[in-house]
Design a protein around this ligand. Structure first.
Ligand SMILES: Nc1ncnc2c1ncn2[C@@H]1O[C@H](COP(=O)(O)OP(=O)(O)OP(=O)(O)O)[C@@H](O)[C@H]1O
Ligand SMILES: [Mg+2]
Length: 314
């Protein structure tokens, strides 16, 4: 087993003029791992991918691919990388097959080898039977799958997928998941960005939750979810009684932990129903009026809510 990380990002930063889109993020992706970047619109996911794939120069920080630093001259490293951008890039009037021949030539593939690679990648995305049809006759999800096939032609060691399921029909979505799982089983390292927490939960070994250009949590999805205990109770109180309430409810055996975010309390409960009853009693004793109350199941969406006080999608 090679223990050098496939990808190592150290203190990556990117500014667009005044805007600091990525504010110094660091993480490693092990060989064979499916690593997720989960975050809301504008969090900095695509900007991060652009730096990791060498398409964009970081304002600061470094990227290592298989132990070597990525730079504009590192063509041997770029060949290890496959990138499926958020926006589709296909020729609508050409067939899927001809599109793939075209992209293969860009990667320097020719003749028999090129044709057999095209067949292989079509197989990987389960679209061999439609290969001779023009792209413009494809559904959004099928186009997306051909785009994925294009990124696999040169046999990369690490594949970057930027929100590959946005605007995709359920059937193609499943086909994409199955392709990703199959490719990973064959040893491909994968970085996957999404703002759908169910996808991150299903596909990723580890997930970095990114918000406003920073990683606010990084762990296995199940570990993050486990940290919420039985679920999250979000409580708002009237008239400045929140700090005292916060202190008191931490003593409850039904409460695992709690944080105040702005004017609300995020309570991780061992059991949400017991915690609710106990907290109502505390509020009564304090003569505090509860202004809002929500119960959230333990999942990655709730992990994000717990950390930010906001939901992942608006
Ligand atoms: N070329 C650019 N010029 C100026 N600002 C940019 C540019 N690209 C992105 N930004 C800004 O940088 C921030 C991060 O954008 P980015 O596209 O990386 O987010 P994202 O997480 O990929 O979002 P989405 O889920 O919408 O794709 C946003 O505020 C965005 O408006
Ligand atoms: Mg994006």
């Amino acid at each position: 087993m090679n223990s050098t990380p496939m990808i190592k990002a150290t203190n990556l930063k990117k500014s667009y003029g005044e805007l600091e889109a990525v504010k110094g993020i660091s993480f490693e992706i092990a060989r064979g791992e499916v690593f997720g970047l989960l975050g809301p619109n504008g969090a900095g996911k695509s900007t991060t991918i652009a730096m990791l794939t060498g398409l964009m120069k970081p304002t600061d920080g470094t990227v290592k691919v298989a132990g070597d630093e990525l730079s504009s001259k590192a063509n041997h490293l770029k060949r290890k990388i496959g990138f499926i951008p958020q926006e589709l890039a296909l020729y609508p009037t050409l067939s899927a097959y001809d599109n793939l021949l075209f992209f293969g030539r860009i990667y320097g593939l020719h003749g028999k080898i090129l044709r057999s690679r095209v067949d292989e990648v079509l197989e990987m995305v389960s679209l061999k039977d439609r290969a001779k049809d023009q792209i413009e006759t494809y559904s959004g999800g099928m186009k997306r799958r051909i785009n994925i096939a294009a990124g696999l032609l040169h046999q990369p060691e690490v594949l970057f997928l930027d929100e590959p399921t946005v605007g995709v029909d359920p059937q193609s979505r499943n086909a994409i998941f199955e392709s990703i799982e199959g490719l990973n089983q064959q040893g491909l390292t994968i970085l996957y960005t999404t703002h759908y927490m169910e996808e991150a939960e299903r596909l990723c070994h580890r997930v970095a939750i990114i918000d406003h250009g920073q990683i606010i949590a990084l762990d296995a999805p199940q570990s993050m979810i486990h940290s919420l205990g039985g679920g999250l109770v979000r409580v708002g109180l009237m008239n400045g009684k929140l700090p005292a309430f916060h202190t008191k409810i931490l003593e409850l055996s039904s409460v695992k932990d709690a944080q105040t975010i702005e004017s609300e309390l995020m309570v991780q409960a061992h059991n949400t129903r017991n915690a609710l009853v106990d907290m109502l009693e505390v509020a009564n004793q304090m003569d505090a009026t509860i202004t809002s109350l929500e119960i959230h199941e333990p999942n990655l969406e709730t992990v994000f809510l717990n950390l930010t006080g906001r939901s992942l999608r608006n």
